[in-house]
Design a protein around this ligand. Sequence first.
Ligand code: ATP
Ligand code: MG
Ligand code: MG
Ligand code: MG
Length: 470
Amino acid sequence: MSGVNDIRSTFLDFFKNNGHEVVPSSPLVPHNDPTLMFTNAGMVQFKNVFTGIEQRPYSMATTSQKCVRAGGKHNDLDNVGYTARHHTFFEMLGNFSFGDYFKEQAISLAWELITKEFGLPKEKLLVTVFHEDEEAFNFWRKIAGLPEERIIRIATSDNFWSMGDTGPCGPCSEIFYDHGDHIWGGPPGSPEEDGDRFVEIWNLVFMQYEQISADLREDLPRPSIDTGMGLERVAAVLQGKHDNYDTDLFRRLISASVDLMGVKAEGEQRASHRVIADHLRSSAFLIADGVLPSNEGRGYVLRRIMRRAMRHAELLGAREPVIYKLLPVLINEMGRAYPVLTRAEALISETLKLEEGRFRKTLDRGLTLLDTASADLKEGDSLDGETAFKLYDTYGFPLDLTQDALRNRGIHVDLSGFQDAMRRQKEEARAHWAGSGDKAAEKVWFELSEQHEATEFLGYETEKAEAVTL
Ligand code: ATP
Ligand code: MG
Ligand code: MG
Ligand code: MG
């Protein structure tokens, strides 16, 4: 049985032995792409290498990349605690070919790694290909010897990757593991595919075209490979667990959380411990990479993650800052692979403690208000936008925290009512502004403050800014 640290090094060593350069993870704040909230895939640091803008002294690379998916196009925040396979922070293992090997070798390396190095049984594996990609279909037949019914043709954009409206693009092929029929879920392409029975472990992207304009696509002279495998998901498979949160690293984090809170990870409390373990990781790694909680942009996404964890700690009975006390356990688990975490320990600890202290002041009163306002609501009802806005504005509850708090009861938040309340407040502020007498300056002030608030919601709404993902 291999631990997460061994699985990571087995992957990197395998590709190193096959001629790949082992490249360190890039930071979570992408330095080469201001439009992207956080690094959310292994290819992000190589974006300019794929397009040819940047040259590297190697044509094949392998990485274990820190990723955060808690905003924009890939937002998995709401899934965490409730699915077996999603995290806000995870590690993506990848191998890359920059105009070197292509489809046949990518499939052959992937198959060798998972069936020989990792020893996964062939009968548990199935793959998808893009419906027009006969080549990939035939390589899977030839190399893996998979029967035709376990090579599923998919016609949706799930199996066609593109970097943006223009630039490199191509079909992809995803590898799934079947955890068995005791778990709900169907194979990819079926109506039940969102279940947790068939879990996607690896995505192979075949960059073979260049999109020149909306209706012009050309063959790339030297096609490339980009792959991403979720370390936590493959660890679950290799450790005979169905659930990422039952793997060695998460078990140790969760058991520390159980000891600290004195509440078992069972029943309704299970999700809370999972949320705390997951959000501790994303918060710690984001702070280590220089993000601090704030009211806009990246800092606001971090604040949302931290406050969501804090509400779950409160659900488990915490009445004073506690999450920072779990940090040494995380550093013990991951500090060797990511020394940046160890170096930033004091900063992370202090930031967690401060934010918890700050939020504690209003958390209880906010929750009391929420309880009162939602007491008479039933499943399918909505909480009025006015209350959600008051929680946001006066008590510091990010919108998704309020949504998460009502989720178990099947209650939604009236989003347009929330936006209305926010707009009204701005108008009132404007009307009541006694003013300095300088109309031009006032206009600038209000415009600036409105722009500033608009950015707070980037994390919920920005879709187009995040085209650059696997
Ligand atoms: P899913 O369909 O399960 O949400 P995805 O298709 O969005 O996954 P990709 O963008 O293809 O995922 O990312 C490559 C790999 O990274 C996936 O095959 C999976 O193993 C892993 N992965 C993606 N999102 C997460 C997440 N939120 N938590 C953990 N692992 C993830
Ligand atoms: Mg996804
Ligand atoms: Mg998928
Ligand atoms: Mg995928």
